[in-house]
Write a protein that binds this ligand. Structure first.
Ligand SMILES: [Zn+2]
Length: 339
């Protein structure tokens, strides 16, 4: 019997300003981004307390000591998005010279802190927060981008195997390149239509409203999945089950619905031996930091009970991929015996 234990997978998209530059004006969102820097050590601490494993899918541009180092390491072919605003390269000369001067564009000290904690995996969120479904970019630019991300990680003694598509723009045609470059796991989207991604903003508003509602009441169901079955080609797809929305103080009833939506799915996964994959960005915790940490603690208290009763285990994406590989091998051997 395999897969009798449920898995609780967590991934965080660590991007600071690089992930939001085309969505918000810096002034609008600055407090959240600065707050993310304070939230990260607290998140790591609570992960450690509950022995929670997680993947931090980190934007490559955050890895640099200074502007000079960054400029030396930019990919040769850059994406030429039809919408120029999407590219960070046209305005990159506006950033500060290092992490002390510009803590929203550099984060090497935090990356080192994360990597120093047990069971925390540094993954990649591409080098430049690269949009894989946007018009104008192509496979060569994507390959160059991913190579640059893996290279700067390697310079910091980190070997990366987990990948998260920026804006969840999953492009299946790019998975072969991911595999060639050593990626073994990526985070796919929830199969429900409200989570399907296209380029641009068309149809996004309606989906956004439904996604918001889905955080409180079940629209897309539990989104838990088995590691048995069709998910067995490298890189393994570890679809998201739920986005952890930031706390909204004052809305107590909504907060309890939001918690129940997550804990009930976790229970379902634990009982059925399925995977539940929760994700968010550190900057989602950037304001109301304590409320967000307290909310996370409630989720982890629930997980601790499930761990005790059902043996549910916490895995980062790399570990989940390794488990999948073992299970796939087990099935292959089993099938060959049956034949
Ligand atoms: Zn992102």
């Amino acid at each position: 019997m395999i897969n009798e234990k449920g898995s609780f997978v967590i991934s965080l998209d660590f991007e600071l300003s690089w992930g939001v530059r085309d969505m918000y004006r810096l002034e609008e969102y600055k407090d959240n981004l600065i707050g993310a820097r304070s939230a990260i050590p607290l998140i790591l601490k609570i992960f450690d307390t509950y022995n929670v494993h997680a993947t931090w899918a980190t934007v490559g541009l955050l890895f640099f000591e200074n502007y000079h180092e960054m400029m030396k390491s930019l990919p040769e072919k850059k994406p030429l998005y039809a919408d120029e605003l999407l590219s960070p390269y046209f305005t990159i000369q506006e950033i500060g010279s290092d992490e002390r001067e510009d803590p929203l564009h550099y984060a090497l000290s935090l990356i080192k802190l994360i990597a120093s904690y047990p069971n925390q995996e540094i993954g990649t969120h591409t080098f430049s927060h690269y949009y894989c479904l946007e018009k104008g970019q192509d496979l060569t630019a994507f390959r160059n981008d991913l190579e640059a991300a893996l290279q700067v990680a390697k310079q910091n003694d980190l070997s990366i195997t987990s990948f998260v598509f920026p804006k969840n723009q999953v492009n299946e045609d790019y998975l072969t390149v991911c595999r060639e470059l050593g990626i073994t796991a990526y985070r796919g989207n929830i199969p429900h239509w409200i989570y399907q991604k296209r380029n641009g903003k068309k149809g996004e508003f309606v989906k956004k409203v439904f996604r918001f509602l889905d955080s409180y009441i079940s629209i897309s169901s539990h989104n838990c999945y088995s590691t048995n079955g069709t998910l067995s080609s490298i890189p393994y797809n570890l679809p998201a089950s739920r986005f952890l929305r930031p706390s909204s103080s004052g809305l107590k009833l909504l907060e309890s619905l939001r918690l129940h939506r997550i804990t009930s799915s976790l229970t379902y996964a634990a009982r059925k031996g399925l995977v539940y994959h929760l994700w968010w960005h550190p900057h989602n915790f950037g304001s109301n930091i304590q409320e967000n940490i307290d909310f996370l603690q409630k989720i982890f208290d629930h997980y601790a009970t499930l761990h005790m009763h059902y043996g549910m285990e916490s895995l980062n994406m790399k570990e989940a991929a390794q488990k999948l590989a073992r299970d796939t091998e087990f099935r292959a051997v089993n099938n060959s015996f049956k034949r």
